[in-house]
Design a protein around this ligand. Structure first.
Ligand code: ADP
Ligand code: ZN
Length: 757
């Protein structure tokens, strides 16, 4: 603890070293830093060094943060086991970890855990034993035909595995080991590391339109500029205006500067067409980072990011925590997407944290969207963000015509969902040999199953949610917890037999209606049930491009990004669906989704002379969202929505924080909520709403209560919430998995909530 003791072998860190350990503590807890004694062997440590340490009977990998904090009896301190041979975490990255923890009120240890979430990546892949000819050595063994074959084969060959030589030379591996023992072959380590091809920024590019060229030039002027300080550029352009082409220029420039690039995409598993375009532009695929990667690939990718072998990574939100030590640009495509928000463990918004990452690393970041969030638009308006605006579709294609169908006047029978107008439009498209898409954001067959005898609705046992029928009566699924069951024969309430009726349509049921109407049409379903990975998505894209499909019935997984030349009609089956939830962003989300879906139609008007058409079925044709969609006027919608938010001091004109209190014991959850209510902050400009049962009052067997804290935008929420939790005695708890009785109640803090469920 004595600060002036002998630290010649420790650089500036002193005799005790503070190590951040990747363990999760309760929300609001700042723990994760522990003092250790320096390792017995090896040189001095520096901040950022990755070390192995003993922790609670386990061995964990942590990061050196600085001099020890002291205050612990030296005799009780443990010793760092070893330094791991990997690039240290940069000062930027360490500052980022602290920032993410502070802002989202998570423990730094929990954030570090997201960085070090790839066990095994820290270990170099073990080289394998290979063999080559020993030059100029006369083997002192009896020469057999097999041995001769092996030696002849190895003439002029690089090192190979014994099994490979044996296979090629037609002998057994024991022949190889015999030759090795005799000195005719010698051992050489073979690296098993994947060769990462380097994207080529010099390949020919598309000839840019002048708007594209100006946008690209403006952004490129900020790349590699050391004084950039983390500039944010919003590329706001209609679908098909060439936003991707423009940011490809920025990627090329960054690669030219010798820096790494991170591209965050909302649904990396479904970006087949994006990957094709990337390889067409840069000659190779980027490294990918998403939850479907196998363990080996995950380890390799993580390590190659850290060593700099990977130059471009495209990934889902967690890619933000990859150790890209030479990063020089981040792109967040479809920046308005909710998929960037992580709702579990550390709750954070990857888009917002990416802006912070760029700021701390002093490199530029580009946010991209056809329907930017109100937050980003207001930052562009105030001049905080640079704006590149691409108002026109490339090649002069106009945006599709939008027709609203007022469903109140349609009087459809209860088992039909397609209006005459929409059916008519479909028929025209099929007759013309073009393609159509029906959009309905509901997976499965029917969203609700009802007993016709007693009215009982089939409910998930673990959640406040209806069970969704899949595959025509065969399975019931909960879309929140994954609970799955076969359809019961008798009603659990009144025991009536075979009285269940499906209520409402999912995409599967819609396919039935379409097939009745158009028996010869080739229909394909596209939802997360059928598109469960990149391969399936790529296959679907190919089938649509090859015109093996006439009609796509899809959920939001097909709403964005795709470009299908023959697709000329998009039908939105239930335009009101997104408005039902009534949360803060319902209108904004619905507008974004409908706009994106509409953008799928008629994308190659110029080449094909086929303008696109969009038919939206709605019970609220006068709603501002529907009116804006019809008028094709985003400005109108944005203005109305902005004014409404401003009037209510809602984001981006105010701040929100949500607290979610959950646990399996309902009494305990209510007690905790009431305790929090009693010491709620009483501060000017801070309003506490709640506690209220969450809309999903029961989720995965846990009861849930919510508080919503509304703050004036000039008030920092974190200290207020932190103090509140401390006052209620709810800011400290043991690391996960320890001392967690059945009565335990969990408090989650959601800064800038996106979901109000
Ligand atoms: P966005 O990202 O705005 O939706 P894209 O970059 O995907 O737009 O462009 C839409 C389509 O137009 C793509 O097929 C793209 O290849 C094409 N395109 C865009 N700009 C150009 C250009 N300058 N030259 C040739 N094709 C272009
Ligand atoms: Zn459930």
């Amino acid at each position: 603890m004595a600060k002036n003791s002998n630290h010649n072998e420790l650089g500036d860190l002193g005799p005790q070293i503070s190590v951040l350990v990747p363990v999760t503590f309760a929300a609001g807890d700042s723990a994760g830093f522990y003092d250790y004694l320096p390792p017995k062997k090896g040189g001095a440590l520096i901040p950022g060094d990755v070390v192995r340490v003993p922790f609670g009977g386990r061995s964990l990998v942590g990061a050196v943060w600085g001099p020890g904090q002291g205050g612990v009896d030296k005799a009780k301190l443990k010793t760092i086991t070893e330094k791991i041979d990997i690039t240290p975490l940069s000062a930027d990255m360490r500052a980022f970890i602290e920032w993410v923890a502070r802002y989202n009120m998570a423990s730094p240890g929990a954030v570090l855990k997201m960085v070090f979430n790839v066990p095994g990546a820290l270990e170099k892949a073990k080289p394998q034993r290979g063999f080559v000819l020993t030059q100029g050595v006369e083997p002192s063994v009896r020469m057999t035909p097999a041995r001769k074959r092996a030696l002849d084969f190895m003439q002029g060959k690089p090192a190979m595995l014994a099994a490979e030589i044996a296979r090629e030379a037609g002998c057994t591996p024991s022949v190889i080991s015999g030759l090795f023992k005799a000195g005719a072959l010698k051992e050489v380590a073979i690296s098993t590391e994947h060769k990462w091809s380097v994207p080529d920024h010099k390949l020919p590019r598309a000839k840019l339109s002048s708007a594209q060229k100006n946008g690209a030039a403006e952004i490129c002027s900020r790349i590699g500029n050391n004084n950039d300080g983390g500039s944010v550029t919003l590329i706001d352009g209609v679908p098909g205006s060439g936003k991707t082409e423009v940011y490809f220029e920025a990627i090329a420039k960054t690669l030219e500067m010798g820096k790494q690039v991170l591209v965050l995409l909302p649904e990396i598993a479904l970006t087949a067409q994006w990957l094709q375009r990337f390889s067409a532009r840069f000659g190779v695929q980027p490294a990918l980072w998403h939850s479907d990667l196998g363990d080996a690939k995950r380890r390799e990718t993580w390590r190659a990011c850290s060593t700099g072998k990977v130059r471009v990574v495209a990934g889902a939100r967690s890619a933000l925590f990859l150790p890209l030590h030479e990063i020089g640009l981040i792109i967040v495509d479809e920046e308005h997407e909710t998929a960037f928000k992580q709702e579990e463990s550390v709750i954070y918004n990857a888009r917002d944290m990416a802006v912070v990452r760029a700021h701390l690393g002093k490199f530029p970041i580009i946010l991209v969207s056809a329907t930017p969030s109100l937050e980003s638009m207001s930052n562009a308006k105030s001049g905080k963000y640079h704006l590149v605006h691409l108002p026109e579709r490339h090649g002069g294609a106009s945006l599709p015509d939008v027709e609203l169908v007022d469903m109140r006047t349609q009087k459809l029978p209860a088992t039909r969902w397609l209006s005459d107008g929409l059916l008519e439009s479909l028929k025209k498209v099929f007759d013309a040999g073009e393609q159509a898409m029906l959009f309905l954001n509901r997976r499965g067959y029917a969203p609700l199953t009802l007993c016709r005898a007693c009215g009982h609705r089939l409910k998930c046992p673990n959640c406040s949610a209806w069970l969704v029928e899949h595959q025509t009566g065969r399975r019931l699924q909960c879309h929140h917890c994954g609970h799955s069951d076969s359809m019961p024969e008798n009603c659990p309430n009144c025991d009536a037999s075979h009285k269940f009726a499906p209520i409402g349509p999912g995409v599967e049921r819609l396919a039935e209606e379409v097939k009745e109407r158009f028996p010869n049409i080739r229909v394909t379903l596209a939802s997360s049930d059928t598109l469960s990975g990149p391969l399936k998505a790529a296959d679907l894209v190919k089938r649509i491009e090859n015109h093996e499909v006439d009609l796509i019935i899809g959920t939001q997984v097909v709403a964005k990004g795709y470009h299908f030349p023959l697709l000329t009609l998009v039908g939105v089956v239930d335009g009101d669906l997104g408005l039902a939830g009534g949360d803060l962003r319902a209108a904004e989300r619905t507008y974004q989704l409908l706009y994106q879906v509409a953008g799928r139609a008629g994308r190659e008007q110029k080449q094909t002379q086929k303008p696109g058409k969009v038919v939206v079925q709605t019970y609220m044709p006068d709603h501002p969202v529907m009116q804006a969609i019809k008028a094709g006027s985003r400005e109108k919608f944005v203005k109305a929505e902005t004014e409404a938010r401003q009037a209510m001091a809602m984001p981006p004109f105010g701040k929100l924080v949500a607290l979610i209190i959950s646990g399996s014991d309902e009494r305990g959850v209510d007690d905790a909520a009431n305790r929090l209510a009693r010491c709620a902050p009483n501060i000017d400009g801070v309003q506490v709403l709640g506690p209220a049962p969450a809309p999903l009052a029961l989720l995965r067997g846990k009861h849930r209560r919510r508080f919503l804290i509304k703050l004036k935008s000039n008030i920092l929420p974190q200290p207020i919430v932190g103090e509140w939790l401390a006052k209620a005695g709810m800011n400290k708890s043991a690391p996960k998995g320890k001392h967690k009785g059945p009565q335990s109640v969990r408090v989650q803090i959601d800064v800038d909530p996106q979901s109000f469920m």
